[in-house]
Design a protein around this ligand. Structure first.
Ligand code: 2AM
Length: 559
């Protein structure tokens, strides 16, 4: 309803014949915090143009109020196999369900975030966009799908929304971005678009000799940056490509490494551009399609014409494979480089507490190495950290705040932490914080990895916290020490009675780590336990967990 709206100048009539309301609801669904910060930014911009804006997480929004909303912006990311973020799940389900209301008076627009190297690129945004139209809504502006480099398209989307709301002229300043679309004031000057060069203080392999794994513990200095973070936040890191891969590419393409290349407003050598400005390791569908257009190569055009073939081709292959397989490449290096994705930042869950380590940030990074299509492949950032980065070197970093993975506000609240492998990271931060602040709540850690002897990450720290009572209880699952696999969820099952008791007493549950297998299985195990110990049926048990999630007592940081 628009009774409280200030006077509106001449505005075009909408479908219902009434003037456009100056009320705007912005709902976000965010896992890592990007959609959330973009939603807030959009909110500030719209407020600057006289709108009364409500910005809310989808999980905090009462679905029954949807009917009353006149103007709705949705900012939502997509995860895994086209899945909504946790805090979008319930709302996504509601909107797609039979109880969703008719929305003939609704005007809406969707900003979708995603990663074009995944098959179901921006799927959740596409879902909402399609469904809101089906329910009778009218688009304010077309949906915008953003790849990893989302800042510019997101700002353009806000502008197009404003323009359509007949606010266009005043919204665009000379730099092309809306005036209020700047980073919040009173924070560090360093951000995603202006990263801080953090010095490496320490770099240690946490795994013992003979392990199948290499897990880097990095300590970085934030001195002089003004950057701050809370347990549960992540650190964004801009990596550089492996110089060997860069040389291989230059050779393969017969390019002059010293050729000057334009990257945005900068001019750098081709070698430098390939080293630190562009992604050369991942093939995405849009990239291969652009490459086909650029080269006009018949075989490549044929490949991109069939979605299934293209999908099979890009799996496990990189840019070097592409340029080898579809030679020769005509045209300039500049043209070729301009189809590449800008080097995206990698996000790592922070494994330290700032309270306990002033002006430092610690990371726990698993080195990624595997074979595919006859060549050894290496993770860009993890291998930079494991193999090339030395103490004294610097890394461009920024803080990615994550409101969706936070210690309980009340230090007396019990916490249950489930974090096998590098999923241990934020829980080291939680423990350091609780120790440093003298929090009294109980805490229970489930950790797992392959072998006790080589892979018990931060073992002595956990043992000390247990001894000092900072940690109440710890259960570990070493999957490859016995004849049968044991995982964290088996330890949870063995402790189901006590675990359910903790839940009943108000404990919060946190999962961090692998999404596809671990987090999924642990989620189902939680439902099993609630079903069994609570004497509920499956649906009721799922609802119990869903309610915990709604109340922020069940939080996940999964990847
Ligand atoms: P595995 O590699 O021996 O199968 C950290 O990587 C630990 O998580 C390892 O012990 C790994 O066991 C285990 N893990 C693998 N799949 C899992 C799953 N679906 N649920 C829980 N833990 C899993």
């Amino acid at each position: 309803s628009s009774q409280a709206a200030p006077a509106v100048e001449e505005l075009p009539a909408v479908a219902s014949g009434s003037a456009i309301s100056k009320e705007m609801t912005i709902l976000f669904g965010s896992q890592t915090g990007n959609a959330q910060s973009l939603a807030k930014k959009a909110g500030k911009t719209l407020e600057g143009h006289g709108f009364q804006v409500t910005v809310s997480s989808m999980s905090d929004f009462k679905p029954n109020n949807l009917k009353k909303v006149k103007n709705l912006l949705i900012v939502v990311s997509t995860h895994g196999e086209g899945d909504p973020p946790d805090n979008a799940l319930t709302f996504h389900e509601f909107v797609h369900g039979r109880r969703a209301p008719k929305l003939e008076d609704l005007r809406f627009s969707v900003l979708a975030l995603g990663d074009s190297s995944y098959e179901f690129f921006c799927q959740t945004g596409k879902d909402f966009d399609k469904r809101l139209e089906e329910l009778g809504g009218t688009r304010i502006a077309p949906r915008v799908d953003c790849d990893l480099d989302f800042d510019e398209p997101a700002a353009e989307w806000v502008e197009s929304v404003l323009a359509e709301l007949n606010e266009g002229q005043s919204s665009v300043n000379s730099s092309g971005t809306a005036p209020a679309a700047q980073a919040p004031a009173a924070e560090s000057v360093y951000s995603r678009s202006n990263p801080f060069r953090a010095e490496v203080l320490e770099s240690i392999n946490l795994n013992g000799r003979g392990s199948n794994k290499e897990t880097r513990h990095l300590e970085l200095s934030l001195e002089g940056s003004g950057l701050t973070y809370q347990p549960g936040d992540s650190l964004g890191v801009y990596p550089e490509n492996d110089p060997e891969l860069v040389d291989l590419l230059l050779e393969e393409m017969n390019w002059d490494p010293d050729e000057e290349i334009k990257v945005k407003d900068e001019v750098v050598t081709l070698k430098e551009a390939l080293h630190s400005h562009f992604e050369i390791t991942v093939l995405t569908k849009p990239l291969v399609e652009k490459a086909a257009k650029l080269s006009g190569n018949e075989d490549l055009l044929q490949l991109v014409s069939q979605s299934d073939q293209l999908k099979a081709y890009i799996d496990g292959r990189d840019l070097i494979d592409l340029v080898r397989d579809f030679k020769p490449w005509n045209g300039t290096a500049q043209d070729f480089v301009s189809i590449l994705r800008k080097m995206p930042a990698r996000l790592y869950s922070i494994s330290s507490s700032l309270e306990a380590n002033p002006e430092e940030v610690h990371l726990t990074i698993g080195a990624v190495r595997y074979d595919a299509h006859g060549r050894e492949r290496k993770g860009v950032c993890s291998i930079l950290c494991a193999e090339r980065l030395q103490p004294g070197d610097t890394l461009p970093v920024f803080i990615q705040h994550n409101e969706n993975f936070k210690l309980p506000g009340n230090p007396d609240t019990s916490i249950i932490m489930i974090g096998p492998g590098t999923g241990v990271a934020p829980f080291r931060s939680f423990m350091q914080e609780r120790e440093e602040t003298g929090a009294e709540g109980k805490s229970w850690m489930f950790f797992g990895d392959q072998h006790f002897v080589t892979d018990f990450l931060y073992q002595t720290e956990w043992q000390k916290w247990l001894k000092d009572g900072v940690l109440t209880k710890m259960d570990v699952a070493f999957s490859r020490d016995g004849d049968e696999k044991v995982y964290v969820q088996h330890r949870m099952q063995e402790n189901s009675k006590e675990l359910f008791q903790w839940l009943e007493e108000g404990a919060s549950v946190y999962i961090c780590g692998d999404e596809k297998h671990m987090a999924h299985d642990v989620h189902n195990t939680l439902i099993d336990i609630i079903e069994k110990e609570g004497g509920l049926n499956r649906d009721e048990a799922a609802a119990y967990l869903a309610e915990m999630q709604q109340n922020k007592r069940y939080q996940r940081d999964v990847y």
